[in-house]
Design a protein around this ligand. Structure first.
Ligand SMILES: [Zn+2]
Length: 232
């Protein structure tokens, strides 16, 4: 096979991943998993990998656990992010950046389970019409074990849906799938969907990942403190 004439080809090759110069099929991907499975860490890793290939993207989040517009991870990484509000139009956001001369090849969206369905429609438009890759990360279900609105629409529309492969274990050792909300050591199954953990508050509300059987029975096991984990 004769190699192509590289000298003339190189001059017209756009920067790596510049989908606006050579439109290629873009993708809408949704990575989901229970709390603490490393979704935010994976989000930042993908951003890093893309950026290393010369691509440029925006990082967004909704209700991050730090309470501010950053993606913070439980392993200590963090990244400034754009807060997704109800009013935010994803398409307009990207087009405004383009108008300002900024490249946007992809979006990374953390806590995507909490997106409104309309946000997901806008993401689909960005992928199909504007060739922007979109990587979404989030919970699939809420503390009632029901699909979150953003997750539901992503499952309906995404090109690819992946369960994050890092297993989070229930106290019994089985894989945890359910994000239980716990108030005064009892599993609660009613209330507002959005009640972000780690921000402090009057009543002690915490979340615990349980297997389905223990979510159903409400058995939280013996509560182990961090001290006991290291000293026992
Ligand atoms: Zn269990």
């Amino acid at each position: 096979m004769t190699p192509p004439d590289r000298s003339s080809a190189l001059a017209s090759v756009p920067a790596s991943g510049n989908r606006r110069a050579i439109p290629m099929p873009a993708h809408l991907k949704f990575f989901y998993g229970p709390m603490d499975c490393g979704k935010s860490t994976l989000a930042l890793q993908i951003d890093h990998n893309q950026a290393r290939q010369g691509r440029r993207g925006l990082v967004l989040t909704r209700y991050d656990r730090s309470g501010g517009p950053t993606i913070s991870t439980r392993v200590g990484l963090s990244h400034d992010a754009i807060e997704v509000t109800d009013e935010l139009d994803m398409c307009r956001l990207v087009r405004e950046r383009w108008a300002a001369g900024q490249r946007v090849d992809y979006l990374i969206i953390d806590e995507a389970g909490f997106l409104n369905p309309e946000h997901v429609e806008q993401l689909a438009e960005l992928v199909d019409e504007w060739h922007v890759d979109v990587y979404c990360f989030g919970l699939a279900t809420d503390f009632r074990s029901q699909l979150l609105p953003g997750a539901k629409r992503l499952i309906e529309l995404a090109d690819e849906i992946s369960a994050i492969q890092v297993e989070v274990l229930c106290w019994c050792g089985r894989p945890g799938q359910q994000n239980a909300r716990v108030v005064e050591d009892r599993v609660v199954r009613e209330g507002d969907t959005v009640l972000v953990a780690d921000t402090g508050g009057a009543a002690e509300v915490r979340y615990q990942v349980l297997c389905r059987a223990h979510y159903r029975s409400g058995d939280l096991g013996r509560r182990v403190s961090a001290d006991q984990l290291t000293l026992d």
